[in-house]
Design a protein around this ligand. Sequence first.
Ligand code: SF4
Length: 452
Amino acid sequence: MGRSFFITTLGCPKNAADSRQMHRSLLREGYEPADSPYTADYHLINSCSFIESAREETIQTILEGAEIKQEHPDQKLVLVGCFTERYQAAVKDELPEVDFSFGTGLYHRTGELISEQYGPPALHDPLQPSVFSGMEFDGQAYAPVKLSEGCDRKCAFCAIPSFRGSFRSRQESEILEEIQDLTAEGVREVCLVSQDTNAFGGNPQKILDLISRMHEIQDLSWIRLLYMYPDARTRRFLEGWNPADLPRLVPYLESPVQHASARMLKAMNRAGSRQQFAELFALARDRIPGLEIRTSLLLGFPGESASDIEEVHAFLDECRPEKLALFAYSPEEGTTGFDLPGMPEPGKTTDIINEVRDHHLALLKDIHLSRQGQIYECMVDEISDDGMVVRRKQDAPEVDEVIHIDLDSSAGSPATEVGDLAQVKITGFFEYDMSGELVASGLSPAGREKPV
Ligand code: SF4
């Protein structure tokens, strides 16, 4: 059997981190990356089954993979991740296109499992200097790194704990080693992810300690924390976060509230209330200059009433989160919310989400206006002949706003590499993204001397 592989990743940034682990395992075993699924001996699909639309996307991707395989009969289609973990029997019985599958706990053994199933790769390159050789970030200078696996919470809408298992923190030394390797490969921003970030190490101080150790990694410019559950642990984390001590931890709080009505939060088995979220977000803004907030709302949960939606609108006015993700509830098998009575009429949740989105866009317009003329430290995400795409510390990769710079109209010389830092002045905005001009480039990250 050949030795080239291609990984198609579906779902969230956590899946991207898992795919990287698969990639490392395959390289370690002697496999090598292919440029596309059309040229690969093994096409691996890292699946998602979080909500109905994610499952549909997984099935669609399998069918597309089967079409590719028809042109390359020797290719093996391998399905990995949440979908297989959850629907193992159905994958075997109803998806004959899939040649081999395994679940979420074995990413780190992907290379061995493929070798056990199909024999070792045809050729092993003994000169391969590191397991990261050939690893691609699609030219990006950011990467997700997992802090933990699993979740001990029991949100009524979420099936993740049932197939990802209970919460387990990774060893700090293992995380730091992974980040060292990533920076050696050109990564300049690490996004720390997990199902339940603030549970890492059982104590918020452990996250602060880890981030402090990450500051010793010379080439790491920015550190970003994602998925901070909005409870007392996040409050304690914020109380311990001194920006002067951790200059590379970006002023960003991603904390998914999921609803603003205490009644609905209780029904969802989630912590908090509108007032508690307002206090938490005010604390974050007080302590961390320039901080911006991303949150999410899950609307259409059974029993949701007009007054619950009023709470959502009041929450937006009060907390003014700069970034907002909106989801419509869909009942998930294996969750306590699955058979609850009181589902909204079809179409109603879509209308509500559209209204909430319009409300947030109106707020965002004011937020954009307040950014006009401000100068921000940014990371270069893309460079082309006529322009650059950069991103502020306050914006997470892939999900938040970016700034487009037309190099013809910019002062100063452009940064030359993706991952460089630059100072950028905001000159305009679209619905979400912004335009800007370069003020200075080639900067060193905070807390590190500029090399001479
Ligand atoms: S915190 Fe809730 S929503 Fe997040 S993974 Fe755990 S159970 Fe699911």
